[in-house]
Design a protein around this ligand. Sequence first.
Ligand code: BG6
Length: 301
Amino acid sequence: MSELDTLKRRFASADFLSFSEKAPGFIAIDVKTAFSTASIALQGAHVMTWQPKGQKPVIWLSKAAKFAPGKSIRGGVPVCWPWFGPHATEAAYPGHGFARTIPWLLVDAWKLPDGRVRLEFEPVMNDAACAMWPHPSLVKNIVTIGQELEVELATTNTGQAPFPLGQALHTYFEIGDINKVEIAGLAGCTYIDKVAGSKRKKQKGTVTFTGETDRVYLGTTGCCGIVDPVLKRTILITSTGSRSTIVWNPWQEKAAKMGDFGNKGEDRMVCVETANAVDDVITLAPGETHRMSAQYRVIKA
Ligand code: BG6
């Protein structure tokens, strides 16, 4: 039986889920709740869309995104794990880790008493992933869909030695116009400015955009907002277990080189990533579990 048929049979009674093959070997799960709809790719346990009822999509998915086994998806909520950015010592290893390009299993899915839907995913560690990550560990991605979207990464060290853990929920948000949005909640934080030779700077006021922006904010405290005067809404991001926030927009030239942003897609997106990166990489002790979660909510202007 195909993987698609197995999923359909296993979750036959879960009328809030439907499964389809978006491209050969690429399975998508559509989720319907009383409050919102979402779609999630099995590869990477990657939330691709989330749209609360009566509102515009909150999560941006590129119109030119490629859906193919082993390729990362431009948009949605990529799971960067177990490192963020380039690997610390192995230049040939994939940027942002391997979790986003390997298959995951849908372990369970259920409706909560308040009508939200929760899905729990675990990765299938192939040989290549095991070679890059020799540390015995378990990771789960737990996605809860309702009036809010919540994504939680739970990592357990099942071995005998500590290991370093870098990670990010690399979320792409849909916005009206990159020239007009502001990110609030990061004032006073030190950031690494990756477009200025990784110089360390201090954020004054809100973050605004006038060119390529690629910053790792350190020691962030878990609440920021994307203030969008065009779509007349603020997206509130709250997080737990995260000490870093990445803010990224590639601007025209870089987006054109990437080839999967679509026509002017970079004007309609901003990444605000809930992370533990650079100085904030975690050391996970044997037996310990680290939970990092992000909650997204829309507030109307
Ligand atoms: C951001 C990084 O998190 O992700 C950027 O800070 C990077 O440097 C961007 O360009 C996109 O990465 P990728 O691998 O998905 O193209």
